[in-house]
Every structure is written in C-alpha cells, then in structure tokens.
Design a protein around this ligand. Structure first.
Ligand SMILES: *Cc1c(COP(=O)(O)O)cnc(C)c1O
Length: 396
C-alpha cells in the first residue's frame, strides 16, 4: 500500500478552499472526474466510476448486471467476506468454490458448482495473486455467465499484459487503508460496457434521476442508493494513482529477488502463479500443516500461515454460514432454488491448502539487500540477526 503523506495533504487543501467537496456541482467535474479519466487511460478501460468502497463497488456491479433473487453467484472460499456478502445484498446467494494452489478460484471447481441458477462468477485476485482469467472467461462464455472481477486486493496488477479488473464484464476495486491505492475508504467500478456503466452510475447515486446524464445508453432510470465518493477522496486518488505503478514495480522486483533465493537454495516450494512473469505475491506451500506452522513461527517478520488469517476463510463467515439476512422476509436463502452447502467441509481442499501455506510479505519499501537477507534467513543460509546487519560495517 502506498503511504498517504504530504502530497495527499497538499492535494486536498485546494478542494477544501473551493468549498466544492461533493461529487456533483463542479463545472469541470473536479478531481473525481480527472481521476476517472486517468484511471481509465492507465487501465485501458472505457468507464471508471468512483464509489465509496470496494464492497459498494461489488454490490453496484451486481445490480448493474441484473443479478437478483433466485440467482447463484460463484465466489471463492478464500477471500475477504465482502465478496460473499455482496450477492446477498442484491437478493442472490453466494456459492462457495474451491481455490487451488495459486490461492485463487479453481476453474475446475467452477465447472462442478455451476447449476441452472448460476448467473455470475466473482473471481478474486487475492493478495496481488491474479486468477486464471483465460479459463474463467472461457467457462463463463460457454455457460452464459457474467464475470465480475474482485480486484480489490490487486489494484494495478496485470494478467498477461491486461490489468486485473478489466478482463471480465465489470471489475471492482477497493481503495481502503490496506489496499494498493490507499485513501482510508473508497472504491471503483470499471467496465467497457455502456449499459453496465449507466446502471451502476444510477444505482450509486439516487440523485442520478435529476442529473440529466445524456449518456445512459437508453437504460431506463432505476432507483439507486448513495455510494458516491467525495472530491476529497478524488484529490487523494489522483496523487495515489501516480504512486501505483512504481509501487507495483517495486513489489515485482522484490518478488523476483526473494523467490530466486527460495527456489534455488532450498527445498521450500514457492507457490504457483497464473501469470508467473508478473508475479508480485509470494507464498510457500508445505506438505504438512505442522511444517507450515513451524515456518511461520520461525519467521515472524512478514510471514503468516494463511489459515491463521481467519477472516479470509469461509469457515469463519458466521452470518453467512448461518444464512441470516437483514430481515427474515428479505432472506435470499428463502428465494434460492435449493439448499446451499456451507458445511465446514464444503471446500475441504481449500482448507487443506490454506493450512499448509504461508504467505511472505514483500515489504515493497524494503531495500533489496534486506529482502535477500530475509530470504537467506528463511532458507537457513544465514543465522545472524538483523541487528548485526545494521551495526556491522560492510554487511551484507
Ligand atoms: C477489501 C476488499 C473488499 C471490500 O473493500 P472495502 O473497500 O473494504 O469495502 C472486497 N473484496 C476483497 C477481496 C477485499 O480485499
């Protein structure tokens, strides 16, 4: 995540001075419009719509796509809970799909989980690891399914030369505190489809009815809610967008430096990636759970076992597992065509992978020698501590 600092602070000052803090009411569209234009250009996509969060982006994308009661939406068993909650917000139900060793949704299991009620897939580019989009898009087209990419955790990453989030029918991004573009709270939707864009824009702004947009692609007006972002967010986003590509390059080069040492000098098994040439997320897979636990315990700095980040594992999504709704009469599970399986072993293979896998944080601001030192320590080639590295001249 790119740090928020002086540049963001300087960028919001003129917005405050202008008094024009809201989405609409600026003659030239203000910083938000500038951000959307620049993001569309950088991501090579026709439309970008800034919204208040990544969760809001997913919900607006589902609404735009016309997903609703009775529909099933395929989501991975390993993701932030918002991915699974978003279909519920529009009356549809999430169906859990296994991940594979790339830590992203398993295309083979997508095939097994498709029913006559399936309408959409939400592949999640998890922790800067991109999904197997070629297989996902092929399956989706063969079965008439929409693809809503959840690129919240992979803003700026690419899959075979295209930006994650711009390959499916709609993409959702988050700009919250922990994401690659980081402004506290925020999100965006991207699409090349004029109709999806018009519907998402109407849903994200109930006032849209009165705005006189002339580019609604002949879509009839729908009542929306309010997911609008403010111009303060827009001003910060313009600064953060400039930091994105250099940051992704730093992550890429730290991935290469560390993966090279882990792969050549040890029997650690670096996890596979759906686009190895653009890998920026690093994980190691062990044969047993206890080996993974021991590795995480030995390397506390930046290393954790995935199953221990429990909020991202389906077995911890309590309100969803219990199939609760905001109101009993608005319970999407009552509208579903069949009983949905959220039993603890619904995705046993994913649990097994998550229990045997450790993620290694790449610290995109760490100097490369430090990254190599950390890698060598993980492989047992060095045992000196970091303190000696700092205090001994000429090391490493
Ligand atoms: C962060 C995140 C979201 C939601 O984003 P918010 O901006 O926090 O609402 C959705 N999906 C994934 C995978 C995320 O990591």
């Amino acid at each position: 995540m790119a740090r928020v600092g002086l540049r963001e602070w300087l960028a919001i000052a003129p917005v405050i001075a202008s008094g024009k803090l809201s989405r609409y009411g600026n003659e030239d569209g203000g910083p938000l419009t500038r951000f959307e234009r620049d993001f569309s250009a950088a991501f090579d996509v026709r439309h970008t719509l800034t919204v208040s969060s990544g969760t809001g982006a997913l919900i607006a994308a589902l609404v735009a796509a016309g997903i609703g009661p009775g529909d099933e939406v395929l989501v991975p068993a390993y993701t932030w809970i918002a991915t699974a909650a978003a279909p519920l917000a529009v009356g549809a139900v999430p169906v859990l799909v296994e991940i594979d060793q790339t830590l992203t949704i398993d295309p083979q299991d997508i095939l097994r989980k498709i029913t006559p009620n399936t309408r959409a897939i939400i592949p999640v580019h998890m922790a800067n690891m991109v999904c197997d989009m070629d297989s996902i898009m092929r399956i989706a087209r063969e079965h008439g399914l929409l693809v809503i990419e959840d690129a919240c955790q992979a803003v700026g990453l690419t899959y075979k030369g295209r930006r994650a989030g711009t390959i499916g029918d709609i993409g959702a991004f988050s700009f919250n505190q922990f994401k690659n573009i980081s402004i506290g709270e925020g999100g965006a939707i991207v699409t090349n489809d004029d109709h999806l864009f018009a519907r998402a824009r109407m849903y994200h702004d109930i006032g849209s009815v009165f705005r006189g947009h002339l580019d609604n692609a002949n879509e009839p007006l729908i009542p929306g809610i309010n997911l609008k972002a403010s111009q303060i967010q827009g001003a910060m986003l313009n600064v953060q967008l400039k930091k994105l590509d250099p940051m992704v390059r730093r992550m890429r080069c730290r991935y290469d430096a560390m993966a090279e040492i882990l792969m050549s000098d040890s029997d650690l098994r670096v996890g596979p990636h759906n686009d190895p040439a653009n890998a920026a997320g690093l994980h190691v897979i062990f044969d047993t759970e206890s080996e993974a636990k021991a590795f995480a315990a030995r390397n506390r700095r930046g290393v954790y076992r995935l199953h221990d980040s429990s909020r991202h594992v389906y077995t911890f999504w309590q309100p969803i597992l219990e199939q609760r709704a905001v109101h009993p009469k608005m319970n999407p599970y009552a509208w579903a065509d069949r009983k949905i399986d959220y039993s603890p072993n619904a995705c046993a293979r994913s649990l097994d992978i998550l229990k045997r896998t450790c993620r290694i944080g790449l610290g995109e601001n760490y100097p490369l020698p430090l990254i190599r030192y950390m890698a060598k320590k993980m492989t047992g080639q060095r045992s000196d501590d970091l303190q000696s590295l700092v205090t001994t001249p000429g090391v490493p």
